[in-house]
Design a protein around this ligand. Sequence first.
Ligand code: SF4
Length: 698
Amino acid sequence: EPLTTSALTITKTHCPYCALQCGMNLSSEGGSVVVQPRDFPTNRGGLCQKGWTSAAVLTTPGRLTQPLLRRSREAPPHPVSWDEALDYVTERIRDIQRQRGLDAVALFGGGGLTNEKTYALGKFARVALRTSQVDYNGRFCMSSAAAAGIRVFGIDRGLPFPVTDLDDADAVLLVGGNVAETMPPFSQHLRRAVDLGGLVVIDPRRTATAEQAALHLQPAPGTDLALALGMLHAVVADGHLDHDYISARTNGFEEMWRIAAQWWPERVERVTGVSAADQRAAVRLLARAHNAYVLTARGAEQHASGADTASAWINLALALGLPGRPGSGYGCLTGQGNGQGGREHGQKADQLPGYRKIDDPAAREHVAAVWGVDPAELPGPGRSAYELLDALGGADGPRALLVFGSNPVVSAPRAAHVAERLAALDLLVVADFVLSETAELADVVLPVTQWAEEDGTLTNLEGRILLRERAIEPPQGVRSDLDVLHGLATRLGQPAERFPTDAETVFEELRRASAGGVADYSGVSWERLRDGEQLHWPVPAVDHPGTPRLFLDRFAHPDGRARFAAVNHRGPAEPPDADFPLLATTGRVLQHYQSGAQTRRVAELAKAVPESYVEVHPDTAARAGLAEGQLSRVVSRRGTAVARVRVVPSMRLDTVFLPFHFAGDQRANLVTNPALDPISRMPEFKVCAVRLEPAPGE
Ligand code: SF4
């Protein structure tokens, strides 16, 4: 409950940004809001610069408070009433579906939306619009690790243990994650491993995290899977294989080994650039540790072979006998604030709530009963995020798109093409609290509430369910996304009670819909969360304590065993050549979050990192005729991003790095490759072929 004195209200809440969901208190007095860190297991009183400055997003000068509408693309948008905006959207949806069919209207959600919103969004798509065309930006974030977890363990929960378990680790292998910048308070959980000389970081860049490592392996972008196979080979060849664990708890080792046997470390050295000695040393560190962990993040996962690559790192953890052993394990570091919950409640193209498959007849029956509809009327699976964006406005693609909590003009790969597809739509509706780059293209913009102005739950990177309660009143004129969905659903003829606007009421329904599913929230209530209970799903009953640690006795496949994945190296979808001789990789910086729509509006953060840049080795820069501080063009087959040169001697000669938080011609995603992983449908954000040249006039 918020603590209220005569003039001051203090609310316990969590940061609006990343999946660590650091605890914070918000004090509001009059119109001003102050952030104070709060002791919570994930952050223990720490916050990063984004968290410290997050109150500024609440008072950002560009805050939208009135719906905007333009009836033709030539006309400028003008403010209208909510009724006029929602009536217009409803009328257009009706027309488009009448002329083009139900799938002509699509929805695009976000991994930062609360559990209640993601649940309502998926239900709105399937029940009110009856469209199969719904997916979300988490497809660009977590989907490869999720697919690998389901394949190997039978279940996907980012960390299947509390983050505080890492405090006792002697050795940690961190693959493709730069936690020192992306979630700085997380670094305290690696302190013991760092102090013992047990941190191994795999990253093509020498990041702030790699600086702390005893061993930094710097593979060429796109060769992570080969590196995992080489290290697996070293586990076997150097006598570190945990035979007892493999026979008691796993299947499929032999099939997997038939491939890994071909990847001896010296061969892998030739492909990745990581020495065989370093591969073996990293394996030794893990094998000799009492408590050891393998962690993956976006660097390993955002590839056209991302699901196989994440699977290969899990294979390594299994070979060492780590997952499900107390004090050891494998985990994936989820990125977005509700990256975990966002993929559990039905906003994904192939899913229903409870992390159920949409083509499973029993799942359809269960969820349809909760929704009070006929299971036969529920649509089947739709297109994945990039495929959906790519199809917009095309002959068979959706003609209308409703976007909630996402900014694909900046965050989607091949961004110029995505903007073209959005422009080809008959109707683009964006619900946001600022005029994001995607909202700028919209026919209708709906101004919505943000984190501290609304109630809702999120599920953090450990599968821990958190309650964020309203700390301040929203500005006049804005509505919650739940209000928007209610307003549209009722106009489309749905009963009002089917789309409640109160988040706790939505959560009560979500509990029933998730009951018996993989991500079972049926035993979670807001009352338990308000009482301070720390609940990690599954929580199948109201007297169940939750499940902080998975896999201690069994994995989630029917036979209780983990399955090694027989995966092989494929290399980048777009190898470098004479025209595009360099490999570009993308990532984040400390001061900005995702597409930057929020953090670029916080003065302190914008001042610290005001524009994009490209990190280049000095020799590579010299060959391109570029020097420190010059503006350059990073050119790929899909487009050109403008970025200021930062000469970084630790960069690989063949690699350049771009942060992806910036807009306009600085968008890193103008160059990225939308080649998709065949299993997860993850685009290849982390590697594409480019060349560097001076920008005109430089
Ligand atoms: Fe914590 Fe992440 Fe917020 Fe930084 S951005 S304060 S690491 S939750």
